[in-house]
Design a binder for this molecule. Structure first.
Ligand code: G1P
Length: 253
């Protein structure tokens, strides 16, 4: 099954992602999927057989979350046929997005905000700065090779104006230990920049490279978000997220 439908306690990762977007007021949801990921589409739809079976039982309440998302959001899908990088995947989303600013959520990075979800925090900043924003957190120096890493001028305790960005640098080449995590707000000029961005690290079109171009010609902000982030693409992160969510957020239906 696609990793995006692996459940953390009682709902799949992709549902957390959509809930976070909806909380931020982003209710037109566009997915860039790929082969073998059709379970994602089916999740955001009615499951007649199951719903019929649990109708009228105590279990029906467990459907409230997904039902409210289906009611309040629209869902559109497009495919990335070749795994040519995150930048290429975002470019594939242009047909869904058009000429508007938009948010990007990588569902395997589960973010549990303190009071507000991370995207909602970022939308607040976007209203102020009107430029692309990436979410960042500090990582141990030996882990920079797993992330896009930024450098820049501190605007406040939690905001950096980006001057440099490197995709997955070795620790000795990293400009800092401030790593980009899977939340972005992007202005639509990024599409044209992505079209002109040659393949970078690992031969893939990198959003990090396109954002560096945007930072040099305009403005990109990096935001130290309030909350916890779990790398659910790793076994340790997945287990940690499960325990943390269960202990701090889970309410028995
Ligand atoms: C992608 C980005 C990277 C970012 C990371 C966050 O990498 O390319 O810049 O730091 O997501 O999760 P991936 O994890 O898809 O290899």
């Amino acid at each position: 099954m696609p990793k995006e439908v692996l459940p953390i306690v009682d709902k799949p990762l992709v549902q957390y992602a959509v809930e976070e977007a909806a909380e931020a007021g982003l209710t037109e949801i566009g997915f860039v999927t790929g082969r073998g990921k059709r379970a994602i589409e089916d999740h955001f739809d009615v499951s007649y057989e199951l719903e019929h079976q649990i109708a009228g039982t105590g279990k029906e309440k467990a459907l409230d979350g997904i039902r409210s998302l289906i009611k309040n959001c629209t869902f559109s899908y497009t495919r990335q046929v070749n795994m040519a990088g995150l930048g290429d995947a975002i470019l594939k989303g242009q047909t869904i997005i058009g000429d508007e600013p938009f948010g990007v959520v990588l569902a395997d990075d589960l973010c549990l905000g303190d009071e507000q979800g991370v995207l909602a925090q970022m939308v607040g900043l976007f209203r102020q700065y009107r430029c692309s924003i990436v979410a960042i957190e500090e990582v141990p120096a030996d882990q920079t090779g797993s992330y896009g890493v930024i450098d820049g001028e501190m605007i406040s305790d939690s905001l950096v104006r980006v001057t440099n960005m490197v995709e997955k640098p070795a620790p000795e080449d990293a400009p800092s230990n401030l790593a980009i995590i899977g939340r972005y707000i992007l202005t639509p000029d990024i599409f044209e920049i992505l079209r002109n961005t040659p393949p970078g690290k690992n031969g893939e079109v990198q959003i990090t490279d396109a954002l560096l171009t945007q930072a040099k010609t305009g403005c990109v902000m990096a935001y130290k978000f309030k909350g916890r982030r779990f790398d659910c693409g790793s076994v340790a992160g997945f287990v940690e997220a499960t325990n943390y969510y269960y202990e701090n957020f889970f309410e028995q239906a």
